[in-house]
Design a protein around this ligand. Structure first.
Ligand code: GDP
Ligand code: MG
Length: 303
C-alpha cells in the first residue's frame, strides 16, 4: 500500500464507483467533467469506449475511483463480447453503481439489461438521467416516476454533463455512500492508464470524430515509437483497419482525411500532454483484426 494511503484524516471515505449504461448516454463525458481532465474519450457514436478506464478524484475528505465502462449492447463479434465482459467485471468489483440513462431516448431494452444487472447486486445504486439540457423539463417527470417505480435506485439525479448542471449534486450523493477507507492512489494520479494508452486513445477519438459510418469501429491504434527530444516529442503510430476500402477512406482524397485526423490528434495530444508533439500517422490493413485473438491481445483488448 502506498504511504499516502496511511495519511488520511479520520472519517476519510474511498471506493470504486462503476459508471454503467447503454452506449452513448454520456458516461465518459460525465467522468471527464467530474475530473476536469480527459481520461476517457468521447464521440457522438456508440461504443467508443473499449476498455475499463479508471478516473481518480482525490478530495480532502474522499477519494472517488470512477470506473468507466463500454456501453451495454448486444455483442456481435469477439471485440463486442470483450466489451460486455469488461462491463460485467466492473459491476462485480465496485462499491457503488451509477447507471447512466439518456433523457432524450427514454428507457430502452439496453437500459432494462442494465437494470437487471443492478437488481442482482446488493449495493448502493444511483440513477443518473443525463442530457437533461436536450429535453423540456416537464418530460423528465414521467421518466423519474418510471424509474422510482422500479424501486431499484437509492436516488435518481437528472444532470446535464454538457452544461455542467447538477454534477456537484451527483458527486455529493456518491461520496455520501462511499465506505470509510484509505487513499488507494496518490493524490496527483487521475487515471491508471499508461501514457501510451492515453496517446492511442486520443488518436482513436479523432478517428471517431472525423470518419463517418462504420469505419471507426474497424479502427485500432498501434503506437510504434515515441521519443522525447529537447523541444518536441515525436510519436509514430499506425491506424489499423480491417480492409483496403477502409484504408482508402482513412487516407482520403490526396491524403486529406489522414492529414485532418493527424492535425486534430496532434492538437489534442499537445493539450492533454502539455508538450509540443510531432505526430507521424500511418494506415495499415490488418485483415479482420477484431476477430483475431492475437491482435486483440497485442492491442490490450485482453482475453
Ligand atoms: P458514452 O458512450 O456513454 O461514454 O457517451 P459519451 O460520453 O461518449 O457521449 C456520447 C455523446 O453524447 C457525445 O456526443 C456527447 O457530446 C453527448 N453528450 C454527453 N453528455 C451530454 C449532455 O449532457 N447533453 C447533451 N445534449 N449531449 C451530451
Ligand atoms: Mg464512453
Amino acid at each position: 500500500m502506498p504511504t499516502e494511503a496511511l495519511n488520511v484524516p479520520a472519517g476519510y471515505r474511498s471506493g470504486f464507483v462503476g459508471l454503467i449504461g447503454k452506449p452513448n448516454v454520456g458516461k465518459s463525458t460525465i467522468l471527464n467533467l467530474l475530473l476536469g481532465r480527459k481520461v476517457s474519450i468521447v464521440s457522438p457514436r456508440p461504443q467508443t469506449t473499449r476498455q475499463r478506464v479508471l478516473g481518480i478524484l482525490t478530495k480532502d475528505d474522499a477519494q472517488v475511483i470512477f470506473v468507466d465502462t463500454p456501453g451495454w449492447h448486444k455483442p456481435e463479434d469477439p471485440l463486442g463480447r470483450h466489451l460486455i465482459s469488461v462491463a460485467k467485471g466492473v459491476i462485480e468489483e465496485v462499491d457503488i453503481l451509477v447507471a447512466v440513462l439518456d433523457a432524450t431516448s427514454g428507457i430502452e431494452i439496453e437500459d432494462e439489461w442494465v437494470f437487471n444487472e443492478v437488481r442482482q447486486r446488493k449495493r448502493p445504486a444511483l440513477a443518473v438521467i443525463n442530457k437533461a439540457d436536450a429535453v423540456k423539463k416537464p418530460s423528465l417527470l414521467p421518466f423519474l416516476e418510471q424509474l422510482a417505480a422500479l424501486k431499484l435506485f437509492d436516488d435518481q439525479i437528472p444532470v446535464s454533463a454538457l452544461k455542467h448542471e447538477n454534477l456537484d449534486v451527483l458527486l455529493k450523493e456518491i461520496i455520501r455512500r462511499l465506505p470509510e477507507g484509505p487513499r488507494w492512489y496518490a493524490p496527483g494520479q487521475v487515471t491508471d492508464q499508461t501514457s501510451e494508452q492515453i496517446i492511442r486513445e486520443l488518436i482513436r477519438e479523432q478517428v471517431f470524430n472525423a470518419v463517418r459510418q462504420e469505419v471507426p469501429y474497424a479502427v485500432a491504434i498501434r503506437l510504434d515509437a515515441m521519443e522525447d527530444k529537447p523541444r518536441v516529442t515525436v510519436i509514430q503510430a499506425t491506424i489499423l483497419v480491417e480492409r483496403e476500402g477502409q484504408k482508402a477512406i482513412m487516407i482520403g482524397k490526396r491524403g486529406q482525411m489522414l492529414k485532418e485526423i493527424g492535425k486534430a490528434a496532434r492538437l489534442e495530444l499537445e493539450r492533454e500532454l502539455g508538450r509540443r508533439i510531432y505526430l507521424e500517422l500511418w494506415v495499415k490493413v490488418e485483415k479482420d483484426w477484431r476477430r483475431k485473438m492475437s491482435v486483440l491481445r497485442e492491442l490490450g483488448y485482453h482475453y
